[in-house]
Design a binder for this molecule. Structure first.
Ligand SMILES: Nc1ncnc2c1ncn2[C@@H]1O[C@H](COP(=O)(O)OP(=O)(O)OP(=O)(O)O)[C@@H](O)[C@H]1O
Length: 403
């Protein structure tokens, strides 16, 4: 508890003379003033110290940010020793001894993957390689999609089948005729039009393993990672023959060269070069086919389109009225709908919509019925679902405009 004036022991005798009391108090006052002075000095020193640490903190945070921004290399921890951590860089296999903070050290063990900067300081621990692979590569043994699940796209599907299915099913045909089977197809068109669906259906039809990888997942911040993932992708495909390799959003790694010379661009370039060399190096193409897809055909680097790489460039457009009707029928196959559903009218009213939009309408119509406690879905549910989807996409447009 804080002392109050009443609590303080008076440093003199009650009996003392006035003068004696005054002298003692004067003495006490001087001591207190000296103490006060001393405390003020200490406070000033502490403030100065605080400022110094604050500045140091800012400098280190800045340094830390910079370290994370500059290109990083990937290395594996070999050993934790008393002198520091022994790491081995990927790519050149060079070993180095590097010091780490105690905090970082506690996160590491032999075999851990780490990102290091130019001076080989460990910047952070990375996910294990298997995790990265699992994250970017989706391997499916014969996916559960058939040709009957695709509405419209008859010509497009025929082309894909001819290029992908025929060489997988009848490689001898190409030997007999004496031509190289086509290496791969590139599907291009608006989002949600069935590109992935077609690739899956072909894999299913040929009992092939479907290996999907998204180009955007290949764009890694770490030097050498993207190229290594591409190598891994083709390695996995060879291990799972027959296989269909599906590279979605290929524009993420195969866009026209930009003028900027940032390290990020250089890394994307390296990833694309690796992809080109894997495609060119496909001597025995018998059992692995490549299907790539993009919504940004205009952005693609011409190098990726050179003959011998993608032999067929197939446009996958938005469905026409007939296509939309078929897609409605496909997505309502397992739904309990009333008999009065006019699919032709629904198709007429959904001009400009993609297959993915139509699927969304069907799901939403089902939701209307559930909310209403009904077991069958009516034409009105479909119409309301369509209106809702249209309104949602208008809202999206508005928010994009104002973003
Ligand atoms: N032609 C179609 N027939 C039947 N369903 C379709 C069709 N097109 C799209 N869909 C539905 O939309 C979903 C998304 O389509 P898909 O993933 O094949 O599109 P995509 O063209 O690969 O799109 P993105 O370019 O966005 O990757 C499919 O799973 C399917 O349910």
């Amino acid at each position: 508890m804080t002392e109050t004036v009443d609590d303080v022991d008076l440093p003199y005798d009650e009996e003392a003379s006035q003068q004696e009391k005054l002298d003692v108090l004067q003495e006490r006052l001087e001591v207190l003033e000296a103490q006060n002075e001393e405390m003020r000095d200490k406070l000033l020193d502490a403030n100065a110290e605080n400022n110094k640490y604050q500045q140091k903190l800012e400098r280190l945070s800045h340094e830390n940010k910079k370290l994370k921004q500059s290109p990083l290399f990937v290395a594996t921890v070999q050993e934790l020793t008393d002198d520091g951590v022994v790491i081995k860089q990927h790519g050149n296999n060079q070993e180095a001894l590097t010091e780490v903070t105690d905090e970082m050290r506690s996160e590491l063990e032999a075999g851990a993957r780490v990102a290091v900067n130019n001076s080989l300081s460990i910047v952070k621990r990375l996910d294990d390689e298997a995790d990265v692979r699992a994250k970017v590569m989706q391997v499916e043994k014969s996916p559960d999609v058939g040709y009957e699940d695709i509405g419209g796209l008859t010509e497009e599907l025929n082309e894909v089948r001819e290029t992908v299915e025929l060489p997988l099913k009848n490689p001898d045909l190409f030997d007999t005729v004496g031509i190289e089977p086509p290496s791969g197809v590139l599907l291009h068109g608006p989002p949600g039009t069935g590109k992935t669906l077609m690739a899956k259906a072909v894999a299913n039809q040929t009992d092939a393993t479907f290996i999907k990888m998204a180009g955007s997942e290949l764009v890694h911040k770490f030097i050498g990672e993207g190229a290594k993932l591409v190598r891994d992708l083709f390695q996995v495909a060879r291990e799972h023959e027959p296989a269909v390799v599906f590279i979605d959003e290929i524009d993420a790694i195969a866009s026209k060269r930009t003028d900027s010379k940032t390290s990020g661009d250089a890394e994307v370039q390296r990833t694309m070069m690796q992809l080109l060399s894997e495609m060119d190096g496909f001597e025995d193409r018998g059992d692995v086919r490549i299907i790539a897809a993009t919504n940004r055909f205009d952005m693609l680097d011409r190098a990726i389109l050179r003959p011998g790489r993608f032999d067929r460039l197939i446009e996958v457009p938005l469905p026409d009225e007939e296509g939309r009707e078929k897609i409605f029928r496909i997505h309502t196959r397992n739904m309990s709908v009333t008999d009065d559903i006019d699919f032709e009218a629904l198709a007429r009213d959904t001009e400009g919509m993609s297959g993915a939009d139509i699927r969304a309408i069907c799901t939403e119509a089902g939701m209307f019925a559930i909310r209403d406690d009904r077991e069958t879905i009516t034409l009105q549910d479909f119409q309301e679902a369509r209106e809702k989807l249209e309104a949602d996409s208008e809202d999206d447009e508005v928010s994009k405009t104002f973003a």
